[in-house]
Design a protein around this ligand. Structure first.
Ligand code: NCD
Length: 313
């Protein structure tokens, strides 16, 4: 299993199709057990160290909930302002300390690469819950799982829409696309918010079939799914010149009904700001709240895999 390469889950590189199949299988089994309220308490006696140095609702709560639902307990750093970081303690010292207070750490940090730095000095498994513009591997896993719960990923045509430059969820998702060689991608954003060169180079090097399109209506007409992201304001130093793009892609029901296939799947890691109108919420293809539920399942499946590799569910 290469999900936890060197004991950690820091990025999606290295994850194989076989890993996905196993993980999704565990997540499906846990879904059944969740619904029948018979989740196995396999994490009894274990402690999750939850360290969020950046705002979070879904990711933090679903990680913590996943651990609690499988019988473990959670010890969290709490608000950064309430911790010794406020007194000037460094990130590294914090990690060195908290490794004695838990069995696994989930870390979110505003600086790309910091979670990897933590892994270099910590004897516990670390899961990256988002490092700045870098990666957000568990989100990519739950995104693919959500699509796979509705249709095969083989031959899927997927539009990635919005702030592709700064979205770590997009950066992680992209790196899993080569596992599905028949997928086709449409990259839909204004030029200034397009994918970083390194990500484009990655797609080319892995012979991913993709096209760049700035007009959303043209991109929509033949795709099976769209993955929408908000403008990542907190990652943009010169925000003024980007603010016009806040509402650049505002999808509503009328627009989707006019331009998209009737069974279009709509995904968004959330939080949404202006990109998805509320009138989309009860379309059967609107899967963003289901993604939030799947965040719980995938994170339970990851903990299960980490601590119970040979066990039966
Ligand atoms: C995303 C994130 O934090 O990168 N949210 C999440 O984890 N569900 C996306 C975002 O903040 O736009």
């Amino acid at each position: 299993m290469s999900l936890f390469e060197n004991g950690h889950l820091l990025e999606v590189g290295g994850i194989t199709r076989a890993d996905l199949d196993v993980l999704f299988g565990v997540a499906r089994a846990l879904k059944v057990r969740f619904k029948s309220r018979t989740l196995p308490p396999v994490l009894k006696g274990r402690i999750l160290g939850s360290l969020f140095f950046e705002p979070s609702t879904r990711t933090r709560m679903s990680f913590e909930s996943a651990f609690l639902r499988l019988g473990g307990t959670v010890n969290h750093l709490g608000a950064v302002e309430q911790s010794s970081i406020q007194k000037g303690e460094t990130f590294k010292d914090t990690i060195r300390m908290v490794q004695y207070y838990a069995d696994v750490l989930v870390i979110r940090h505003p600086e790309p690469g910091q979670v990897q730095e933590a892994a270099a000095i910590c004897s516990l498994p670390i899961i990256n819950a988002g490092d700045g513009m870098g990666e957000h591997p568990t989100q990519a896993l739950l995104d693919l799982f959500t699509i796979a719960e509705h249709r095969s990923l083989e031959g899927l045509s997927l539009a990635l829409v919005g702030d592709l430059k700064h979205s770590r969820t997009v950066h992680s998702l992209l790196k899993l696309i080569p596992l599905f060689p028949k997928m086709h991608l449409k990259l839909v954003s204004p030029d200034v918010l397009g994918l970083p060169e390194s990500a484009l180079a990655f797609l080319k090097a892995h012979q991913v079939s993709f096209e760049v399109e700035s007009r959303l209506e043209r991109a929509l007409n033949d795709v099976d799914a769209i993955y929408v992201t908000r403008l990542q304001k907190e990652r943009i130093p010169n925000l003024k010149e980007f603010e016009n793009y806040q509402a650049y892609y505002r999808l509503d029901r009328a627009f989707i009904e006019k331009h998209a296939k009737p069974d279009l799947m709509i995904l968004h890691p959330l939080p949404r700001v202006d990109e998805l109108a509320f009138d989309l919420d009860d379309l059967p293809g609107s899967l963003y709240f289901e993604q939030a539920f799947h965040g719980l399942l995938i994170r339970m499946a990851l903990f299960y895999t980490l601590f119970q590799e040979d066990g039966e569910i």
